[in-house]
Design a protein around this ligand. Sequence first.
Ligand code: PMP
Length: 323
Amino acid sequence: AEWTPDSGWRDARVVPYGPLSIDPATAVLHYAQEIFEGLKAYSHADGSVWLFRPEENAARLRRSAHRLALPELPDEWFLGSIRDLVTADRAWVPHGGETSLYLRPFMFASEVFLGVRPSKHVTYSVIASPAGAYFPGGVRPVSIWLSSDYSRAASGGTGAAKCGGNYAASLLPQQEAIDNGCAQVAFLDAEKHRWVEELGGMNLYFVQSDGSIVTPELTGSILEGITRDSILQIARDLGHEVVERRVSIDEWRDGTADGTITEVFACGTAAVVTPVGALKWDGGQAVAGDGEAGKVTMDVRSALVDLQYGRADDPHGWMRQVV
Ligand code: PMP
């Protein structure tokens, strides 16, 4: 769909997948005025297809749009675009099988001009791809690299928006993580370099020896993960006390060493719930528990996945049937 100040949103349609033709002076190529979302459609064993809390993605896209000076996309347009794409080609739905389709809505400045001001032509699009395992090792604990030199987002910046620029800033530290044998990079707050924020593409949870669970509080520079928000509830449903508060890097490092932290896990739409084994940094590492996937982590993971695939009740009314 296309947007201009005069006409608003128009021209919503499903077209065969193919390249976009972009003028070299298109604003997004120069000023990165771009936002996106990530969500999945789940095909259940009975062949029905469902979305998980898609209104939350619509709301986050709206918040991101505001921060990036892009126009608001009405929720009906967002939800309609997802439904239309999911149903346009059902080749991804196996007969009576469970699988998921990753959906990537995105919006970008498509006006052709050079100059620093919000674009007066904006394009919104959605692409989709059958989802495989985010980490090729399956549900194996991953190692995380602590970035000591770089921050992902500063206070007053775009950290809480899902914009391409945030990921551009995280690519160099992510490459460092890979070079050090880690799956993802962990970021600390930009000001004190002390408080744990999140990973390159996931939020974090810490399980403590008393059974309570802690996740870093939302600071305005952390992406407000929909999986993170869902796990706040799911972990409570499973009987855990769940606390949102600041977690220092010392607490992560020392807590895993002395056993106050028994499990660490990361969560996100693509990675679902993934156990974190070692935290590594320049010159050392700290391993949570015995380095294997912990029980609380796997219980939370099962509860979430069972809900998404319709194998468990949906007490909070999170699932939306598409077909
Ligand atoms: N943090 C970052 C930086 C991310 O890219 C993602 C993935 N969207 C998340 C957290 C998790 O968010 P969600 O649970 O909504 O996928």
